[in-house]
Each structure stands twice: as C-alpha cells, then as structure tokens.
Write a protein that binds this ligand. Sequence first.
Ligand code: FES
Length: 70
Amino acid sequence: MATEEEILARVKPGCICKGIKLYVILQAIENGAETFEEISTITGIGGGSCKSRRCGEKVALLLEKQKQQA
Ligand code: FES
C-alpha cells in the first residue's frame, strides 16, 4: 500500500517545464542516483526552460534528505 507521501509524489511536479512528476525523481534516487547530473540523465529534468534553477534546488534538497536517512 502506498504511503500518503508516495501518492502525493505521483501528482506533484518534479520538473514543471517538461511535465515530469516528482516520483520519477524519487525513483531515480531510490535506484542509486547520487547527483543532479545522474538524475538529469535518467529522468530528463534540467533541460527545460528553468535550466536547472528550479529543479536543481529541489533535487539538492531530496539528495540531502536521502543522505540523512542513510
Ligand atoms: S523544472 Fe524543468 S528543467 Fe528544471
């Protein structure tokens, strides 16, 4: 059963300009991606109109959270 956080990640945006949902980024991190570049390659974020400004900050926070939980 999915947690509330997982359900919200399916509707929350990860990359607004490309329409990539947050859970796609979370899955990449869960599968071992450790840098923005790796996540960008896997998910396609970072190449949109924000040029990594918006999503870069979001990914940095998610990676930091992941490190704290490890
Ligand atoms: S939010 Fe789309 S490339 Fe950054």
